[in-house]
Design a protein around this ligand. Structure first.
Ligand code: CMC
Length: 392
């Protein structure tokens, strides 16, 4: 008889072998293809990092130029997708639009007859990475009732996203290079994170041989939740609910008393039990951006820093090894850049698309691929007979 291990939340189950990202949660180490994420954030662009995550090596100048050009070439989405966007209620959450529209790409691109073909994989990867900012920006425009703005391919990846979100036909928008750079760094930090919930979902859906765009849509759905990518939105909501620095101790007491539904959002991580290396980098970026934008005295930042200071010196959080994670600061940067709260998780999705695509390719290329099919511990009724309806 087979023996199964009960492992709720998969805390100690390795679902796959992977050569993409390495995390040492105790030491606060995060490597993409062997490179420390801090070095990539300091020395590389998001597009360079995307090439690395996908291909395993950093590009040389010619490879980078060719990859960058290909991504720029694929930024347009089919015009008929406008009708799809217009079919959503005007106030739909952008993540719901993102899930639906990315899923619908499977209807436009159902031409992959061989998932293992490197050329077909490459086209899928470039299309997906190029189109996700266009789709995210269109969701934003739909939400605000503004006309969709076409991509401008002379702009770099993050500048183009800012243009598509903030330009209006009547008033061209000058992209602030500091804002674009901050976004670029944030995207590098979010590009991949090994077998997190959304990536595992992409792998699980992909293991059935489904259309890869549909698999990515399943990852977007998983990312949406507040325990995962939705945490950046939840952090801002928490800061608004607390309202004022004087209310921090009262709020933290509720967290410690485990009042239903109250957690310190942006704190804690399943893997990092010392510190989240992404949080250290992003904290610095956060200060840079706020200074550049003259928002250093932003009351919400002051509140966030107070919350961080008190929580870090509190035994409850120390004993449980709860430290700020990447999402504690990303929301503050997004807010400073004028990005509305319900667009925070779509921004995360844009960056994480690189990781999802890389994991999908790694998985389908693996000759030992098997459909993901976990077992369970059954807790239901013993076998019994169906009674006639009058006797139940
Ligand atoms: N606030 C208060 N207590 C917490 C928190 C928190 N944010 N996170 C964990 N705990 C406590 C929890 O109550 C438990 O305490 P006890 O031992 O007394 O029962 C203990 O710490 C262990 O918690 P857990 O829920 O078993 O930990 P987990 O590894 O299953 O959860 C987590 C990880 C990220 C879901 C959780 O820390 C959390 O909900 N954090 C807030 C949401 C958040 O910021 N998520 C973003 C994660 S980073 C970006 C990403 O990967 O998407």
């Amino acid at each position: 008889m087979d023996v199964f291990t009960y492992d709720p939340g998969f805390s100690s189950t390795c679902s796959t072998k992977s050569a993409i990202t390495y995390i040492d949660g105790d030491q606060g180490v995060l490597l993409y293809r062997g490179y420390p994420v801090a070095q990539l954030a300091e020395q590389c662009s998001f597009i360079e990092t995307a090439y690395l995550v996908l291909n395993g090596e950093l590009p040389n100048a010619a490879q980078l130029q060719s990859f960058d050009q290909s991504i720029r070439r694929h930024t347009m989405i089919n015009e008929s997708l406008k009708m799809f966007f217009n079919g959503f209620r005007y106030d739909s959450h952008p993540m719901s639009m993102l899930t639906g529209v990315v899923g619908s790409l499977s209807a436009f691109y159902n031409d992959m007859d061989d998932h293992k073909d490197p050329r077909q994989q490459e086209i899928f990867a470039h299309r997906m990475i190029a189109k996700i900012p266009t789709i995210a920006a269109a969701a934003y425009k739909r939400y605000f009732g503004q006309p969709f703005m076409y991509p401008q391919n002379h702009l770099d990846y993050c500048s183009n996203l800012l243009h598509m979100m903030f330009s209006v036909p009547a008033e061209p928008y000058e992209v602030d290079p500091v804002a674009a750079k901050a976004l670029d760094v944030l995207f590098i930090l979010h590009a991949d994170h090994e077998q997190n919930a959304s990536t595992s979902t992409v792998r699980m859906a992909g293991s059935t041989g489904t259309n890869p765009y549909a698999a990515i849509a399943s990852g977007i759905a998983a990312l949406w939740g507040p325990a995962h990518g939705g945490a950046n939105e939840a952090v801002l909501k928490m800061l608004s609910d607390i309202g004022d620095v004087s209310k921090v101790p009262e709020f933290l007491q509720k967290v410690k008393d485990k009042v239903a539904g109250v957690r310190l959002m942006g704190f804690g991580h399943r893997v990092y039990k010392n510190f989240d290396p992404r949080a250290t980098i992003i904290r610095e970026q956060c200060h840079k951006v706020l200074k550049h934008l003259g928002k250093e005295n932003d009351p919400q930042l002051e509140l966030a820093l107070k919350l961080e200071e008190i929580a870090l010196s509190d035994d409850y959080f120390k004993e449980r090894k709860l430290y700020p994670n990447v999402d504690f600061y990303s929301g503050i940067i997004y807010k400073a850049l004028g990005i509305p709260v319900n667009m925070f998780t779509p921004m995360f999705a844009v960056a994480r698309t690189v990781g999802w695509v890389a994991h999908w390719i790694e998985m389908v290329s693996d000759p030992s691929l098997r459909i993901a099919r976990p077992r369970q511990v059954y807790t239901g009724a013993d076998v019994r007979d169906v009674a006639e309806i009058g006797k139940r």
